[in-house]
Design a protein around this ligand. Structure first.
Ligand code: PMP
Length: 442
């Protein structure tokens, strides 16, 4: 039942296209949590631009902000020259960053995508420390350029490229509780994980050279909505602070109320050295920034440039999003709505052992799909079942719900709805998911 648009896309777009393979839709219109395809079918969008659409599609405050830029004939492009729109955006952003971080913070505007901010952060810490290696985490996702890919703790996307531009990235075990890399889980897993990192940094002969930074997601997104515990993040902050290593938190997916706090690192009450931001920050338009502690600002003038660092419409939309998030306390809403959805998913799990792990924070949730008949791992958990995850995704789509997969071999069904999702819409999402699981198993 392919439309001509989809057929043309398959013929003309590169083989690298990703989402259209699993979500073969041609979208015509969108509003709030819904999108409509060219055939007039309506879907609930729990992919929402991979977590970009905090306020959903075409939220009136975002649309108005963009319209105003045009109505006032503001300069649409200014390189990195300042404007009242840009100044307001920076004040709004600094206003929602924790005061202990914002007080001494500097901002660098980057190219349009998250990857650009990761690249800038890498250059920043290397310049500031004079060191070149970086510690990253297994499963981590930081972007698709060759520098950002070198930090990617998931081999699939980088294996075909051979050796990447930047060497010297070492991967550490992420505190993935359900499949704890130390076979422990819980508090013990956290404790051993931290000791492992501390030892590595304190062993002058068998450890690692002091790195330029440690980069981490407070909740791994593409790896399948895996939260790091607060205790672990606090421990990581202590270890890196003691060793004088800048801690970069990649908040590209978690930032802006997604996890139930404005920024995910706030759950752990830590102060990072560098925060990379994109996705929701531009209110659906492309924008990315790196915000960092003043002491790292060792860049020479012009050390980081790029033509498109001044998207006025994205900044205006971003300001509108930040203000709306605050005025409506959407962080709190995301926490409560996420709790509600998680409870509903756990109810499905109680009667379906194929739902191995239901996890996440706020409205960034994942369900790891497993094969209960398979050989259990050291913690007693069955192996992943990507084919079943894919079937569930397909059955959801047939019933009007867009979800994406992530995690090992695409075995985790991920929920990233717009944060404005209402209680009754959460019920709809959960109902469709429950029916899709039954259908996929039938
Ligand atoms: N970091 C994280 C945590 C992400 O989730 C993503 C995108 N999924 C990126 C970096 C890269 O952002 P972009 O795709 O906008 O380049």
């Amino acid at each position: 039942d392919e439309t001509p648009l989809l057929a043309r896309q398959a013929r003309q777009e590169s083989n690298a296209r990703s989402y259209p393979r699993r979500i073969p839709l041609a979208l015509k219109r969108a509003r709030g949590i819904h999108v409509e395809d060219v055939e007039g079918r309506r879907f609930i969008d729990c992919l929402a631009g991979a977590g970009t659409l905090a306020l959903g599609h075409n939220h009136p405050v975002v649309v108005d902000a963009i319209r105003q830029v045009l109505a006032d004939e503001l300069p649409l492009h200014t390189l990195d020259l300042t404007t009242p729109v840009k100044d307001r955006f920076v004040q709004d952003l600094f206003g929602v960053l924790p005061a202990e971080f914002a007080r001494q913070a500097k901002i660098q505007f980057c190219g349009p995508t998250g990857t650009d901010a990761v690249e800038a952060a890498l250059k920043l810490v290397r310049t500031a420390t004079g060191r070149s290696t970086v510690l990253a985490f297994q499963g981590g996702y930081h972007g698709m350029s060759q520098g950002a890919l070198s930090l990617m703790g998931n081999l699939k996307a980088k294996t075909p490229l051979g050796s990447l531009l930047s060497h010297g990235v070492q991967f550490l075990p992420f505190p993935y509780d359900y499949r704890c890399p130390f076979g422990l889980g819980g508090e013990k897993g956290v404790e051993v994980g931290l000791r492992y990192i501390a030892n590595l940094l304190n062993d002058p002969e068998g450890g690692v050279q002091p790195p330029a930074a440690v980069i981490v997601e407070a909740v791994q997104g593409e790896a399948g909505a895996i939260p790091a515990s607060d205790a672990w993040l606090r421990g990581l902050r202590e270890i890196t602070a003691r060793a004088g290593i800048p801690l970069i938190i990649d908040e590209i997916q978690t930032g802006f109320a997604r996890t139930g706090r404005m920024f995910a690192f706030e759950h752990a009450h830590i102060v990072p050295d560098v925060v990379v931001l994109s996705k929701a920050i531009g209110g659906s338009l492309p924008l990315s920034v790196v915000v960092y502690q003043d002491w790292l600002d060792k860049w020479q003038p012009g050390a980081h440039a790029g033509t498109f660092r001044g998207n006025q419409m994205a900044m205006a939309a971003g300001s509108a999003v930040i203000r709306y998030l605050q005025e409506h306390d959407l962080a709190r809403h995301a926490e409560q709505a996420g709790e509600h959805l998680r409870e509903r998913l756990r109810a499905v799990q109680r009667t379906h052992p194929q739902l191995g792990d239901v996890r996440g924070r706020g409205l960034m949730l994942g369900v790891e799909i497993v094969d209960p008949a398979g050989e259990p791992d050291v913690l007693g958990h069955p192996p992943v079942d990507p084919a079943l995850a894919s079937a569930i995704q397909h059955e959801c789509l047939k019933r009007g719900l867009i979800l994406e997969l992530g995690g090992r071999h695409g075995s985790v069904v991920r929920f990233l709805p717009p944060l404005i999702i209402r209680r009754e819409e959460i019920e709809q999402v959960a109902d469709i998911f429950a029916r899709a699981v039954s259908a996929a198993l039938a």
